[in-house]
Design a protein around this ligand. Structure first.
Ligand code: C2O
Ligand code: CU
Ligand code: CU
Length: 564
């Protein structure tokens, strides 16, 4: 296994002083000409006049989540140094970080202090910021250190979020509690009469497993759990176990859904059959609201959902549930054989039916917010302006040699392949392909299923659990969804190709994708590919793109791309 080697090198890098020394030892590192922050951490700058200045501290706490013992969690705690009070809203009683509210055009300074027992760095998911403020894994700081972010908010109104991004530790750090919402508003949004204050509600959906002593359990299934991604056995909403939102009959609400789970996919539907009205995704409002019978929400994705309780009597209860899709069969079959998932009976299988949260109208009131037919002005990228419309860059996300790979490669801290270099200002189409296993990939002859050597070397899949017995099971394991995320940009989704998707699976999910609007993450079901279009604007530098199944990301399904 190469894993320890990679971790050592990262540690080495983080601690190495001058970039030149790094280059001498690792001549293949190519990014020393970029404004990389391996050399110097950004300092507080005197000419930067922040509208909002805040401290964000990552720290371990004991929090009362379940009845009984407190739970050890890692939390972001915020403190406003300058700015209006609404800019920082703590989520009471939750391990989730404070909600940070900003407006397009504002200048924000965040002083991130790492009081965790290990390295970390904050990434602003979906935000368009310069390289050194993006939270690249090479910018991790040690315990006790501070990292200063200073940037202007350039994004459209939308629901963004922040979370750690150290390579190999993002999954456990997010799981331990480190995540928060970053809400951006702009003039266009302010002119609409959308719900504000208590009617603009965060709904962060995560799955967690607690042990008998109320402590969080991560990856109890060892390596196998890392391969498939972590699945908890219960749902938490906004970091709380109640799964209940106490609302007012007679009122209208904006629900800001974030799938903050490490690897769980949701297929969300109202239990009473009423449509799910979506009016925003990731980094924008939609041009027009869309009514769906259910909404697919992959890891890291956000959706604005309209909730109208005007004709509901007090006491109304409405449950948003996960409805089934046949993905559990794949992992279920895998786990069935070997019994290595003993105790998995209590696990909520991916794609099973379970309640996600319940809206309870336990008071009444009224408000006059409206959901307009026309929200954001259409400003999508015209595909004909892309330089490579007919020959998009292709990135295949697949299993290779017992590792998760992108175009056959795995994570290297500063490495960039030729096909990962793009020009500042260019408009490009990328075709993101969920390639499953590399079984029919003959360019290296090392496909996982055709080389015994791979298995022997890896050793991982051997053992007495009988896992190797069913070839079909191995095939299934590689058929994983991959939620693909590109840093630095928001993109438009041009098309999905589903010809290689299992028809039964596609049939169960096809009505749930909202591809309008601006996105930073696209969920690719097994066999699916998607073409996305984006422009690389304003900032040169090294940024990452990766699978947002955090276990896959930690295992190396992440690469750099470089804007030159
Ligand atoms: Cu939310 Cu690089 O990730
Ligand atoms: Cu991101
Ligand atoms: Cu993945």
């Amino acid at each position: 296994m190469k894993e320890p080697f990679r971790i050592n090198r990262r540690k080495f890098l983080a601690k190495a002083g001058a970039g030149a020394a790094v280059t001498m030892i690792w001549p293949f590192f190519s990014s020393c000409d970029s404004q990389s922050s391996t050399t110097a951490k950004p300092k507080l700058s005197k000419d930067f006049q922040p509208d909002i200045d805040l401290e964000l501290k990552a720290v371990q706490r004991d929090l009362s989540i379940l009845p009984g013992s407190k739970t050890k969690v890692w939390v972001y705690e915020g403190k406003l140094i300058k700015g209006n009070k609404e800019a920082l809203l703590p989520l009471q009683g939750s391990y989730l970080g404070p909600i940070i509210k900003v407006r397009k055009g504002q200048k924000v300074r965040i002083r991130f202090q790492n009081d965790l027992p290990e390295e970390s760095i904050v990434h602003w998911h979906g935000m368009h910021v310069p390289e050194r403020y993006d939270g690249h894994p090479q910018d991790v700081i040690d315990s006790g250190e501070t990292y200063i972010y200073e940037y202007e908010v350039m994004n459209r109104a939308g629901t963004y979020w922040f979370h750690p991004h150290p390579h190999g530790r993002t999954g456990p750090q997010v799981y331990n509690g480190l995540a928060g919402l970053l809400l951006v508003t702009d003039e266009e949004e302010q002119q609409l009469n959308l719900p504000q204050g208590e009617f603009d509600l965060p709904v962060v959906i995560q799955d967690r497993t607690f042990d008998d002593n109320n402590q969080l359990v991560y990856l109890e299934n060892g390596q196998m759990g890392r391969m498939t991604g972590f699945l908890g056995n219960r749902i938490l909403i906004n970091g709380r176990p109640e799964q209940r939102l106490n609302l007012k009959a007679g009122c209208k609400y904006r629900l800001r859904l974030l799938n903050g789970s490490n690897s769980r996919i949701y297929k969300l539907a109202w239990e009473d059959g009423s449509p799910v009205t979506v009016f925003g995704m990731d980094g924008s409002l939609l041009n027009a609201p869309k009514e769906l019978s259910y909404l697919m929400l992959g890891p890291a994705k956000r959706a604005d959902v309209w909730l109208d309780l005007t004709n509901k009597p007090e006491g109304t209860e409405l449950t948003m549930k996960n409805t089934s899709f046949p993905l559990e069969l794949m992992s279920g079959g895998m786990m069935g054989n070997g019994g290595m998932m003993e105790g998995a009976k209590s696990v909520l299988p991916q794609g099973s039916e379970y309640p996600v949260f319940t809206v309870l109208a336990n008071a009444s009131g009224s408000n006059d917010y409206t959901l307009p037919r026309q929200l954001a002005q259409p400003d999508y990228i015209d595909p004909s302006t892309a330089g490579n419309l007919n020959a998009p860059r292709q990135f295949t996300f697949a299993m290779g040699h017992m590792e998760w790979t992108i175009n056959g490669r795995t994570w290297e801290t500063t490495e960039v392949a030729d096909e990962e270099i793009v020009k500042l200002g260019s408009i490009e189409v990328w075709e993101l392909i969920n390639g499953g296993g590399m079984m029919d990939n003959d360019d290296d002859g090392g496909g996982m299923m055709d080389g015994h050597g791979t298995m022997d070397n890896g050793g991982m899949m051997r053992g007495d659990d009988g896992m190797m017995s069913g070839g079909g099971m191995m095939g299934n394991m590689m058929q994983m969804p991959h939620p693909i995320h590109i840093h630095q940009v928001q993109f438009n989704i041009l098309e999905r190709n589903v010809t290689d998707v299992d028809p039964q699976l596609w049939d169960a999910v096809k009505d749930g994708f909202v591809d309008e609007g601006w996105h930073d993450t696209v969920l690719l079901m097994p066999g699916m590919s998607a073409k996305v279009i984006m422009q690389f604007k304003d900032f040169k530098g090294l940024f990452v793109y990766h699978c947002h199944n955090l276990e896959h990301e930690d295992m190396g399904m992440m690469r750099n791309f470089k804007i030159v």
